[in-house]
Design a protein around this ligand. Structure first.
Ligand SMILES: *[C@@H]1O[C@H](CO)[C@@H](O)[C@H](O)[C@H]1NC(C)=O
Ligand SMILES: *[C@@H]1O[C@H](CO)[C@@H](O)[C@H](O)[C@H]1NC(C)=O
Ligand SMILES: *[C@@H]1O[C@H](CO)[C@@H](O)[C@H](O)[C@H]1NC(C)=O
Length: 503
């Protein structure tokens, strides 16, 4: 036994020595043109010369053939910019298999890989920047094999069977910027799991796992993290302090978990957060102080596919930078007149599709001065009076009102007029969407843009005197009125629908 241990130690030392020796000439000749070995020497692998080095692909083969191909490459010490091993039978990555090779990007994908021997990757430490071992059978992070990869930038462990991340699992990967462990079986992450990644790690994907809580302790040391993905887990609750320490986070994805509420101050430490995705949960309650801390930077908020019954205006009000608000597929049936008061003027994109909205209060969009895209398709609206739309007519570029039980009426004439107006400004998508309305006395349906205006006696009628009465109920009636008149003049269309100024 002692002699075997001694031999093993000697082999290891030799390996390291060779690895060091091997890299010296590589660095020196890195500008000389690269050549592929003869095809027969590496078959069934194939080799191409690319600008930065060789690109080698081995598919649907086994350990013996891969080892043979690697040997054939060793003589010339080329730069192997990509080595891609896919759909192979490679349950174990043997020690020293890549010895004397300078590989920059290594992929071992869908190859039944379960074991990565410690010395298989250690010789690649000075050149390897990307390692992809996705879609394999790894049960844990192969820490000992990784620890010498001091220049690695990207590590992909997606689609394996990793159930836990132990303390210091990534120690040595001092330069790692992107770590992705999507679709594994993670249930537990030890508090010191990410030690060593604290200075450089920018993106971490823990999505598609079995986490039931935010691994707060482990995450708290990642103070340079920009993007954190926790989607498709089984997280039931989030609480104040869960994201403490992530001061530089820009994007947080918690979509498709089992959250039922967003409690007060849960994101309090994420003062630089720009984008928050919470869609696909069962959220029915959002505390008034839920988004405290996000006031200065949050621009994108996705709350679609939840169980909200109202627009959570109180919680949203402090978010004065909010641009994109997605509330699709909730259970919102009533919108109050002041739903967007206090935060609406920064919103450019508003999605309310697939809700249960029956009525739009007259002044509901009054504050949405920047709104460019409005989606209210798939609701229960029978009326969308011009009075409601008027405040957003100037900024609106895309509007979708499809799949509502609309009743044909003169008050809908804003829609064909807007289409014409948009068509003049630029060719937006709007023409492709052709909402329908029901003409009640004829018991038939029309496209809203083809309503039989001549039979609807819209001329001269007053539907909404409020905006003309000088009552001051809308912000800028004059501007909208003028643009609509201009649009009508430019297109040469009959202004027949606009009872309020056809006199
Ligand atoms: C994975 O590789 C096997 C061969 O080992 C192949 O039959 C299978 O189609 C591959 N799966 C995917 C998703 O590419
Ligand atoms: C939607 O809200 C209504 C009450 O407004 C409620 O009766 C219904 O159960 C809710 N639907 C879901 C899926 O929660
Ligand atoms: C302004 O409108 C309100 C209702 O919206 C109405 O009660 C009031 O009489 C109006 N005032 C004027 C001067 O028209």
């Amino acid at each position: 036994m002692p002699s075997r241990t001694a031999l093993w130690t000697w082999i290891k030392l030799l390996g390291l020595a060779l690895a060091v020796l091997d890299h010296a000439p590589v660095a020196a000749q890195s500008n000389s043109p690269q050549t592929c070995p003869p095809g027969s020497d590496i078959s069934p692998c194939v080799c191409q010369v690319k600008k930065n080095g060789l690109d080698i692909l081995c598919e649907a083969t086994d350990v013996q053939h891969i080892t043979k191909a690697m040997s054939a490459l060793k003589g010339k010490s080329p730069i192997i910019f990509y080595l891609k091993l896919r759909h192979n039978n490679l349950p174990k990555l043997q020690g020293f298999v890549f010895l004397a090779l300078d590989i920059r990007h290594l992929t071992i994908h869908n190859s039944s890989l379960a074991t990565i021997e410690e010395t298989s990757l250690s010789s690649l430490g000075r050149g390897l920047t990307q390692l992809d071992v996705s879609q394999n059978q790894l049960m844990s992070v192969p820490s000992s094999a990784l620890k010498n990869l001091h220049y690695l930038l990207i590590l992909n462990l997606n689609h394996n069977r990793i159930s836990q991340i132990h303390n210091r699992a990534f120690e040595g990967l001092d330069t790692l910027e992107i770590l992705t462990i999507y679709e594994n079986k993670l249930t537990f992450i030890e508090p010191d799991a990410f030690r060593g990644l604290d200075k450089k790690l920018k993106r971490l994907n823990l999505g598609g796992n079995d986490l039931t809580a935010v691994p707060q302790k482990a995450l708290s040391m990642l103070d340079n993290l920009r993007k954190l993905e926790l989607q498709e887990n089984r997280i039931k609750t989030i609480k104040e302090g869960d994201f403490e320490g992530l001061e530089n986070l820009d994007s947080l994805i918690l979509a498709h978990n089992q959250l039922t509420e967003v409690p007060a101050r849960v994101f309090f430490h994420l003062t630089l957060l720009n984008s928050l995705e919470l869609e696909g949960n069962s959220i029915s309650y959002i505390a008034k102080e839920a988004f405290e801390g996000l006031e200065e930077n949050l621009q994108y908020l996705r709350l679609g596919d939840n169980n909200l019954h109202i627009i959570p205006s109180e919680a949203l009000r402090p978010l004065h930078r909010l641009r994109h608000l997605d509330l699709r597929s909730n259970n919102i049936s009533v919108i109050s007149e002041d739903a967007f008061v206090g935060f609406g003027d920064s919103i450019t994109f508003l999605n309310l599709q697939k809700n249960d909205i029956k009525v739009l209060p007259a002044l509901v969009f009054e504050n949405l001065n920047s709104l460019e895209t409005l989606s209210i398709q798939n609701n229960k609206l029978t009326r969308i009076p011009e009075e409601v739309m008027e405040p957003i007519m100037d900024s609106l570029r895309v509007v979708d009102i499809m799949d509502n039980p609309l009743i044909c009426s003169c008050e809908l004439v804003w829609f064909p007029n807007l289409l014409r107006d948009l068509k003049n400004r630029d060719d937006e998508m709007t023409q492709k969407k052709r909402p329908m309305c029901t003409m009640q006395n004829e018991h038939r349906e029309y496209y809203v843009q083809n309503m039989p205006l001549e039979r609807m006696s819209c001329v001269g009628k007053k539907y909404h005197t409020s905006s003309l009465s000088g009552n001051g109920s809308t912000g800028r009636p004059g501007a909208t009125l003028l643009s609509t008149v201009l649009a009508a003049l430019v297109t040469g269309s009959t202004v027949i629908g606009y009872g309020r100024f056809v006199r």
